[in-house]
Design a protein around this ligand. Sequence first.
Ligand SMILES: [Mn+2]
Length: 457
Amino acid sequence: MAYKRADRVNALLQRELGMLISEELRDPRISFPTVTSVEITDDLRSARVYVSVLGDDDAAKTTMAALEDAKPYLRHELGSRTDLRFVPELAFVPDRSAERAVRVARLLREAREGETKSLGGSASRPPSAAQSADEVVDLLRGARAIAIVSHRDPDPDTIGAGLALGLGLESLGKKISWHCADPIPESIRFLRGSERYGQEPPPGDVDLVVTVDFGSVERAKFALPSGPRLVNIDHHASNDEFGSANLVDATSAATAELVSRVIDTLGIAWTPDMATAALAGIMTDTGSFQFPSTDGRALERAARLREAGADLQAITYNIYRNKRFEALKLWGFAFSRLVREDDGQLVWTELRAGDLESAGAREEDISGLVEQIARSSGMRVALLFNEQDGVVKVSCRTSQWEPSVDAAALMSTFGGGGHVRAAGALVPGELAAVRQLVLQTAQAALKSARARTAVGA
Ligand SMILES: [Mn+2]
């Protein structure tokens, strides 16, 4: 019984302290803290509060010092916000696991780049991403005219993060423009403010360019102006830190989640429009909270966005339920050509050059299709080949079940990238040739995964 009670109190304290620290404390020494867990003693008299700080050791130290100073205030607030008869003594403990994860992601990337480097790649390394959380906030505070750039083939995360941040900065009196080389898909045009996106690149006379949700400049599709400083906010492990300041956290489930922390740090008040935009990004990048990337931060943020007035019904209808008839016709072509190999572990299909036209469909209607292919029982690697002018767009999804293949690694063989379970590549060449090459590589990856599993078993 006592154990259950403690659990409930831990969860309550974690939630309340998380909100208090990010929303009420305005101490400039505080740098992106997240309350990762709380452990209360059996007598409910004192609690260890684990806090992860996105930043270097100095950022962690000053943040912990600021929290230490805020203890009396925090305990007082806990007393008035909860039904606890006795507010426990608080002991703040730095939790470096999130920061460690960021570092591991960077080391892996550097190892990969090391291989490229020996083939003549660039040798310059950007400064630690850790220190840049503060740098990013400072740059945003200092800029007057800011251009926000979302990636090509925009998804709800890049648009939602861009809108939430831009609308928030606008409420601080800044001049904001939004840029995306490709048109905003119909399914996300319900997000208020999305009509303010233009397809032209940012002008050179802004103070700051902010890119959201992409890891290399090519994903902008247009050239970014070289004059203004550049802030790069992203959660892809493959991010090459092309900004003058980079806030890259590969442990974050969505750029919209990352941007939400920036918005809080800037002390911006959330509006329902901002909250809807951010929640759309978090929901889609976590597959409606189904992907393994769904962590406490994503769930907690979703709860807070909902409380800030995020329109959940608009998101579920527009993004998940409402489907264009022409899109269903197009998906039919892909379904009718489904192939499985390797005992169903490899599942693939293709869209051919004339398909869009015969279905009356658009490019954006393809989004979501590969997830449907990946539902096939026993699938470990799912591939969708989409024939375009001289290039084939390959989308890849992989399963966490053994033999498990790293989708990002597989796609990086073809110059692409993405996440462990979801990745893609644009491969120049004819459909048949590209398909054969990618399928061979996928089969080899499956084979080595099977061998590894056999050894491990
Ligand atoms: Mn994203």
